[in-house]
Each structure stands twice: as structure tokens, then as C-alpha cells.
Design a protein around this ligand. Structure first.
Ligand SMILES: [Fe+2]
Length: 593
């Protein structure tokens, strides 16, 4: 039985193909259209999924959409009416977009995919999130928490999964939303909503949560983790371009200028920002205020999530927790839930945000609508498109690109390790691209984590990221305990997907400075020989040569672009930045020294 899951029209659009309850292909649309966070109907992702499954559209048994458009539209109209006339512009924009496309999803799917109307199913947004975590997890029973910006009405739910069934027993409704609260601070701190949330999280350790009491003036949290926002401080419920009210500005001061560089005394002023300004100290002091605000909203988010986790643990009496929704990508909060909540193990799938809803919808249809038993665990993230060795060589030859072809894998690995050891930055391209926002060794840029200057080097050559954003480590799962405070690392799926931030052991921080954040933590990826044997072998070889089986791993893209999919995109990226070496499967391209 073949089920196609689809999510689109809000955040990341995606498609997933489920065959007899097993995921066989999954991809976000942005990887094909090259438009970051593309939310349009995922034509190309669908085409890829069907192609991978060797299916014609009419052979699909069902298509499952990740939410109910009419209920979402009802919520939109209801909040517009409640805040009219302030919401006039929201109303105009909503009419334009909803009445053309968003509302008629069934018709659109019929047209685009070519499937009968009675084969199209609609899940609920948060049920899709819940299903995307629980049905991918290895747990027979688990508590479930979903937390995001907003779906139809729900912004967070508490639930429980047992076998092929999920029950949602409590929900928090719009406009009270932890995700939208975090996004309001993201905008206030000068970053793009739905993109800059990681930056707020990265900035937080440079500050102190001095304004926690002020955050709690906007956010009232009950013992069970349910919360209410004081809507006097926000405008996201009636505005299209502003998320917070001027009362918010009265409380926290003027927002940060999005064009200004962010740095503090502690982060320093990186060379790729240009010449250090004469009034560095003064600017750093001003920025410190914003770092303190970032720390405050981050701590409030963590505390709220912890209360929610404690409540769902108490209500279900279970020791396993499945987390989903955009807020589940907050890897610092996830680390705290693991350490401080009653749960022994968590499961979060790599695409925990709305893209993952496509997977959740397909799994919901298979298990909860069709009543089929579970046989599948999402063990890894490699579900995207791959490109054959033949196609790679044909591309290189066609464009007269000089390359070395390695038929001996060991020789290739030793060559790459020697380059990493010499301080070179390597683009590493292999197999199927990753599902979700993280590069996990198939579309990654790699560097030596032992060099304190490597973070600046990768930024200067390629990434140009803000100096407060850390780079992540990939570490052999069996060597993880040597460097990171994560007992039994093999048990923790979120660590496979780079969704935990944990402490680097104090005595190891100087060993791997390029991936140790200012607060002594690291957002690690544990690498397993079963799920990515080639990447495992590369890191093992690096470990044998240097004594440190860890590499710095960042996503294979330039700033503002989606991660690469094809060899052409990889080579183009390599050519447009200071990357030294490019590995395309068994072929190696090197810039002259
Ligand atoms: Fe969502």
C-alpha cells in the first residue's frame, strides 16, 4: 500500500512516500526549487517520491494532507473578526491567498497528483506532528508533546501513543503560543522569523536571563505547563508584518537593528565583519542587553517546556516522550528535558517542524485511519535524492573539471583526513540527502574541530555566520562519552539527528574548541556504523590519525541558500566560496593550494 504525505502553504513544504507503513522517500521542496523554506505546493518533492517508488500517481492508494484547511481558515476568520478593524490588512491578504489556493487543497491535490477525491485524507496539524514523532519512534507506548507556532487552533498538545493509536488529551489554543512568543522575540532581536530562531538560541549563552521576570509578564505559565500570553503585548493575531506591540517595546526597549552586526565583548569582533569599529566597547555593551533578552526568552521557553513535560509524565505515568512541532527543534531545551524531566528517553524525528507533518500525515493515515500495525522505526535521516557515481563523473567530465577518482575507499579517506588535519575545509557529498534542517554527513561541510581558529576560518571562507553561532560536532557513537555528558549515547535518537545540546566534558573543551560553545556545550551528532557506515569510517580514520574521532560538521550551503542536492549545486557552492576540497562520492576535486 502506497501513501503519499504532503505538507505545504505555511512553513516548509514537503512530501513523503510510505510503502506498507515504511518510509521509502522524504524530502523538503526547497532542495529542488532552491528557494529556502519554500512553502508552495511541493510538486518536485512529490515527483521525486513517486519516481523513487517507481509509481505512477494513479497507483497511489491514498494522499494524506497534514492539516485541515477549512478549520484553519475558520480560526483565521475568527481572529480577524475579534480584532477588526486592526486586522483589515490580514483580512485582505487572507482572502487573496486562501480563496485562490490554500482553501481548495483537495481540488489542488486532485489536479496536481491526479488521484480521486475519495482517496485524499486530511489529518489535523498537531495530530500530524504527534504521529510524525510517535509512529517513527521505537516506543510501543509513549507520552507525546507537540509545540509549535500554530496549526488549526492548537499551538501545543499533550497526548499519549499506544501501539497504532494516539490520543490527544489536552491542548493549548491560539493565540496562546510558545512558538509565536519565541518568534516575536526573534523579530525583536533583529532576525527573520522562522529562520532566526536558531540565532536567538545561539546568542542566549552570551547573556544572562536578567529579564526573565519581564518575559513572565507576557507569559503566564500554570503548574501543568499550560500557558497564556498577555495579548496586549503582541500584534501577530491582527497584523501581517509585525508580531509585537509598542507595549512590548516599552518593556524591553527599542528592537535591535537587523542590519547591525551582533557581537559582545565575549564573542569578539570577527575579521569577516571588516575593520573593528573604534567604539567597539560601547557597541558591545549595547549588544549585551540583547544577549540578555535572548537568554531570558530561551530560559522561559525551557522552563515552560519542562513544566509541560513534567505534567505529561505525571498524567501518563510513562518513561518515554515523543516531541514534535517547530519548538522541538530547540536543541538546548531538548537537552534540559532529557536531563531534568522524569523521562528516560526522548524521540524527536529530524524534521520536527511542519515539513515533518507530511510524514506524520502519511503515518496517521496508515495506522489510525486504516488500522494497520506498526513495523517501522525512523533510524536515520537519509531519505532524499541520490546521484549515481556515473552521473557524478559524467558531470565532472562534461564540464572539464579536473578530479581524482578513487577506486580504493581507504585511500580516499586517508587523503581527506590528511587535508582536514592540515586545516583544510572539505565539502562532503554522498548518498541520499537528509530529511530535516540538519546536515548529518551526506551534504556536509567538514573541518578539524581541534583548532581554535577553525570556527572563524569556516566563517571567513564559507559561512559568514554571526560569531555567536556555534558549529556542531559529529562524533562516533562509541566514543561520544569521552567528550560529551550524554550517558548511553547509543540509546538517544535525538542525538543522531543533532537535536540535543549537552555539556562537553570540562577537560575536553580545549581538545575540541571549534565546536565547544561559549557555555561549554555542544550540539552533537552521534554517528552510527549501521546507519551511515561511510561517514562513520571517515571520522574513525580522522580519529586514528589525530587521536580525536570528532569532526566539525556544518550544512553544505552558502548563507541564505538551501542545502545542496545535486553534484552541480555542490560544485557551484564549492566554486563560489573558500572551500578547499570537494568530495563527490568517490571523486575528489581540489583547489590549488
Ligand atoms: Fe506546526
Amino acid at each position: 500500500m502506497d501513501i503519499l504525505g504532503i505538507s505545504c502553504f505555511f512553513h516548509d513544504a514537503a512530501a513523503v512516500l510510505l510503502r506498507d507503513g515504511v518510509v521509502i522517500a522524504a524530502a523538503e521542496e526547497e532542495r529542488f526549487t532552491r528557494k529556502k523554506h519554500d512553502y508552495n505546493f511541493p510538486r518536485q518533492a512529490i515527483q521525486f517520491c513517486l519516481g523513487h517508488g517507481g509509481l505512477r500517481p494513479e497507483e497511489l492508494d491514498y494522499v494524506a494532507f497534514f492539516e485541515k484547511p477549512f478549520v484553519k481558515f475558520e480560526r483565521l476568520l475568527f481572529s480577524i473578526l475579534q480584532t477588526f478593524p486592526r486586522s483589515r490588512r490580514v483580512f485582505q491578504e487572507a482572502m487573496l491567498t486562501w480563496l485562490t489556493d490554500k482553501l481548495w487543497v483537495k481540488h489542488l491535490i486532485q489536479q496536481e497528483v491526479g488521484i480521486a477525491a475519495d482517496r485524499i485524507l486530511f489529518s489535523e496539524h498537531h495530530l500530524s506532528h504527534a504521529a510524525s514523532a510517535f509512529f517513527c519512534s521505537p516506543f510501543e507506548e509513549a507520552a507525546i508533546l507537540t509545540v509549535d507556532g500554530v496549526g488549526e487552533w492548537a499551538t501545543a498538545t499533550y497526548g499519549v501513543g499506544r501501539g497504532s493509536d494516539i490520543t490527544i488529551f489536552q491542548e493549548i489554543r491560539f493565540p496562546h503560543s510558545l512558538g509565536l512568543l519565541y518568534s516575536a522575540f526573534t523579530a525583536f532581536l533583529g532576525f527573520e522569523v522562522n529562520e532566526g530562531e536558531y540565532k536567538v538560541m545561539g546568542m542566549a549563552p552570551f547573556g544572562q536571563p536578567k529579564y526573565l521576570d519581564k518575559v513572565y509578564r507576557l507569559l503566564h505559565v500554570a503548574c501543568d505547563g499550560s500557558f497564556q500570553l498577555d495579548m496586549d503585548y503582541f500584534t501577530f493575531h491582527h497584523s501581517t508584518d509585525r508580531t509585537y506591540h509598542h507595549k512590548f517595546v516599552e518593556l524591553f526597549g527599542p528592537p535591535r537593528d537587523p542590519q547591525a552586526h551582533f557581537f559582545t565583548q565575549e564573542s569578539g569582533y570577527p575579521t569577516y565583519f571588516g575593520e573593528k569599529p573604534g567604539n567597539f566597547a560601547e557597541l558591545a555593551r549595547a549588544n549585551q542587553h540583547y544577549a540578555d533578552i535572548a537568554a531570558s526568552i530561551q530560559v522561559a521557553t525551557e522552563e515552560t517546556l519542562l513544566k509541560m513535560a513534567q505534567h505529561v509524565a505525571h498524567e501518563t505515568g510513562l518513561r518515554h516522550l515523543c516531541l514534535a512541532g517547530g519548538v522541538a527543534l530547540n536543541s538546548v531545551a531538548n537537552g534540559r528535558i532529557l536531563r531534568e524531566s522524569p523521562f528516560d528517553e526522548l524521540y524527536i524525528q529530524p524534521s520536527a517542524g511542519d515539513g515533518g507533518g507530511a510524514m506524520g500525515a502519511a503515518l496517521w493515515a496508515y495506522h489510525m485511519v486504516l488500522g494497520q500495525p506498526r513495523t517501522f522505526v525512523l533510524e536515520h535521516a537519509y531519505w532524499g535524492e541520490e546521484h549515481s557515481r556515473g552521473a557524478i563523473e559524467a558531470f565532472l567530465r562534461q564540464h572539464h573539471i579536473a578530479y581524482q577518482r578513487f577506486d580504493d575507499e581507504e585511500k580516499l579517506l586517508h587523503h581527506v583526513v590528511a587535508r582536514l588535519d592540515a586545516g583544510k575545509v572539505v565539502g562532503w557529498f554522498q548518498g541520499r540527502f537528509e530529511w530535516g534542517p540538519r546536515a548529518l554527513g551526506n551534504r556536509s561541510i567538514l573541518a578539524d574541530p581541534r583548532r581554535a581558529d577553525m570556527k572563524d576560518m569556516v566563517n571567513t571562507k564559507i559561512k559568514f555566520r554571526e560569531p555567536f553561532r556555534p558549529f556542531a560536532p559529529s562524533v562516533l557513537v562509541d566514543q561520544t562519552a569521552r567528550y560529551f555528558r550524554l550517558p548511553n549515547p547509543g540509546r538517544h535518537y535525538p542525538a543522531r539527528f543533532m537535536l540535543y545540546v549537552v555539556n562537553v566534558h570540562e577537560d575536553q573543551r580545549e581538545v575540541i574548541p571549534a565546536i565547544t560553545h561559549v557555555d561549554g556545550t555542544g550540539r552533537l551528532q552521534t554517528v552510527n556504523p549501521q546507519t551511515n557506515p561511510r561517514y562513520y569510517q571517515l571520522i574513525k580514520t580522522f580519529g586514528e590519525a589525530t587521536g580525536v574521532p570528532v569532526v566539525l560538521n556544518t550544512s553544505f550551503n552558502l548563507k541564505g541558500e538551501p542545502m545542496v542536492n545535486t553534484p552541480e549545486e555542490a560544485f557551484s557552492t564549492f566554486s563560489r566560496c573558500g572551500m578547499d576540497v570537494l568530495v563527490l562520492e568517490h571523486c575528489l576535486v581540489e583547489k590549488p593550494a
